[in-house]
Design a protein around this ligand. Structure first.
Ligand code: G6P
Length: 620
């Protein structure tokens, strides 16, 4: 998974592409690269990111080079899959003649066969990447068909298996850029007459154009001499669907905040307000989800539900499944997207009575795409809970609901998680209203959802305290998180945040299971964060707190506002608003987000770009 971007037109291309690379850093940041087509050939600058350097370092390297005012450039952000991060493995990759240069997002599955074929034909392969092979394959096809670059590219891409989006240039064609798409996302736009941009996401383009085109699998765009020609892999003329790019330039900056992660944490009251705006009411019809209503009759006929996601989205999936079980009294199960193929999860299901909610911030996660294909092949309907409008997963699903939280740039997911949970609560209300909830229950449920955005302010009032707590824990290499019921998902998400941005081995454990093993970690002063909310499980949690306090643990309680007894029991308390447990997960998760953020910052890490991670994982 990587980011690709290109510009060809009448402006200096390198600064535009460089800015695009920076905007797509969320897609990968272990290496950066730029290639520019000039009269003297293709000039490439590409580097592995040094451990102690950020993007400015690369900009400075690019500025040292004379690109001869090139009007045609491509750029790349890399998240290594084939071959370690290194200068040589960074993109653009080139063929033997260095006339063909390309950037690639995806993975080529028939990599070994292609490599053997190309080596046998005398190609010199310099990098460990699968991407370089594509450049050699095009070179080979070009030699075979008398130099025609267009048919060489079409022949080559038809031999590739796997997921790939490509942006290709050729030294002998100064105004040529070829965009190819299968499996990995790619959009393009005519940013002004005869000038084009292509990118993995609209983010680099929205500054210049709002109207673009969403390239689909099996489509190619040949841009040359200021014109774009749209073709299929079978070399037939096609028309690619136009789209309007959403989002604003403002959303791509973190002005007023030191990091995107902090900005996105603080945006939650406003963004969650947008998630529910015009959708939840305290009077009939209580809930309106326009994206789901077309399939409502089908949905109401279902009695078995799956919630599927990866990473943070899987934690949200757990909460969705539990809300459905508890409020709708139906069979519901959360499954990690990567595990859908490992177990026969649909065993015994009646396809027309089963639905899978597929949950994703990016709408790109490859594991989830594969899960959807497998589920749909068995005749089961998939509905999306997705943030990125028009993304691949949104389009793969029959219907669904958007999170409406805007671009999430910080690699660790924050506002998308809380919006997923709120969306699942809305879906619970939607089905409950038609199935089993009384009018009074609907009013209560709707009021509780509506209260969520505003009550997060209570957490932000404690931000200094949370920062001080983080400072006191800065040298900890491990800590434990305990919770019960819904809050098991909260602590799994909390532990993930601490692992991702603070590199702390945070052990999440069901409070009731702690005595069966993890209690061995407890020693005097060992920090344990317990979600000790005022709900039906409170008594059991008090028992668990006493067990670890008896062994000297330092207990930080996430306690409900007004529960003074609990606040006195724990060694340090952070207060969350008094909400029912399925929704109290939201403010409790925000506490963990802030704690992880401050821990990461205090430990000196770049929380927006954690080690080895990327925002959208488009490899399976
Ligand atoms: C990556 C990200 C996680 C994210 C997961 C699922 O691993 O680093 O933060 O939760 O993908 O992403 P999605 O976009 O499908 O929600």
């Amino acid at each position: 998974m990587c980011g690709i971007v290109g510009y060809v037109g009448d402006e200096y291309a390198v600064p535009i592409v460089l800015e695009g690379v920076e905007k797509q850093e969320y897609r990968g940041y272990d290496s950066w690269g730029i290639g520019a087509n000039t009269e003297g050939g293709i000039i490439i600058v590409k580097h592995k990111k040094p451990d102690d350097q950020e993007f400015d370092w690369f900009v400075e390297r690019v500025m040292r080079v004379d690109f001869c005012s090139s009007r045609n450039a491509i750029g790349h952000n890399r998240w290594a899959t084939n071959g370690e991060p290194s200068d040589i493995n960074a993109h653009p990759q080139t063929d033997c003649t260095r006339k063909i240069a390309l950037v690639h997002n995806g993975t080529i599955e028939n990599y070994r066969e292609l490599k053997d074929f190309l080596l046998a034909r005398g190609h010199i392969i310099k990098s460990e990447t699968d991407s370089e092979l594509i450049a050699h394959l095009i070179e080979d096809m070009q030699k075979q068909n008398g130099g025609n670059i267009r048919s060489a590219i079409i022949k080559a891409v038809n031999q590739l298996q796997g997921a790939f989006s490509l942006l290709i240039m050729h030294a002998d064609h100064p105004t040529l850029q070829v965009a190819v798409k299968k499996g990995s996302p790619l959009v393009y736009a005519e940013v002004k007459p005869s000038c084009f941009m292509v990118a993995s996401s609209p983010l680099p383009i929205i500054k210049y154009a709002r109207n673009g085109k969403d390239i689909e699998d099996g489509q190619i765009v040949f841009i040359e001499n200021g014109k774009a020609e749209e073709l299929s892999f079978a070399d037939e003329k096609i028309k690619i669907n136009p789209i309007i790019f959403e989002g604003t330039e403002e959303e791509l900056k973190h002005e007023g905040f030191p990091h995107f992660m902090l900005k996105e944490i603080y945006e939650q009251p406003c963004k969650l307000g947008e998630t529910i705006a015009g959708r939840v009411f305290t009077h009939e019809p209580f809930i309106r989800l326009g994206g789901v209503e077309p399939v409502l009759p089908q949905l109401l006929a279902c009695d078995q539900f799956f919630f599927i996601g990866s990473g943070t989205s899987y934690r949200a999936a757990m909460l969705g499944a539990w809300m459905f079980k508890n409020y709708l009294n139906v069979r519901a199960q959360a499954v990690q997207a990567s595990e859908v193929g490992s177990h026969n999860i649909l065993a015994g299901c009646q396809p027309d009575k089963t639905v899978a909610f597929v949950i994703s911030q990016s709408g790109e996660t490859r594991d989830l795409q594969l899960a959807i294909e497998e589920i749909q092949a068995k005749g089961v309907m998939c509905l999306g809970i997705v943030n990125v409008v028009g993304s691949k997963i949104a389009r793969m699903t029959k219907a669904g609901t958007y999170l409406r939280v805007g671009p999430e740039i910080g690699v660790a997911s924050t506002k998308a998680f809380t919006a997923m949970v709120l969306s699942e609560a809305m879906l619970t209300l939607l089905l409950g209203r038609h199935k089993n909830m009384t009018r009074d229950e609907c009013i209560t449920f709707a009021n509780q959802i509506l209260a969520v955005p505003g009550c997060l302010e209570l957490i932000f009032q404690q931000a200094d305290e949370i920062q001080t707590l983080a400072k006191s824990m800065v040298d900890q290499s491990a800590l434990m998180l305990l919770g019960r019921g819904y809050h098991y998902a909260t602590i799994l998400e909390g532990a993930l945040k601490m692992t991702e941005v603070a590199y702390i081995a945070a052990v999440p454990e069901l409070a009731g299971e702690m005595k069966h093993g993890p209690i061995a970690l407890i020693k005097p002063k060992f920090p344990v964060i317990v979600v000790a909310a005022k709900d039906g499980l409170r008594g059991a949690v008090i028992q668990n707190i006493m067990e670890i306090q008896a062994r000297g643990a330092f207990v930080i309680g996430i306690c409900t506002n007004g529960d003074e007894e609990m606040q006195k029991l724990v060694d340090k308390s952070i207060i969350i608003p008094d909400l029912p447990s399925h929704l109290a997960t939201i403010p409790a998760a925000v506490v963990f987000q802030l704690l992880a953020y401050y821990l990461g910052v205090e430990r000196g890490y770049n929380v927006d770009k954690p080690r080895n991670l990327a925002k959208a994982v488009t490899v399976g």
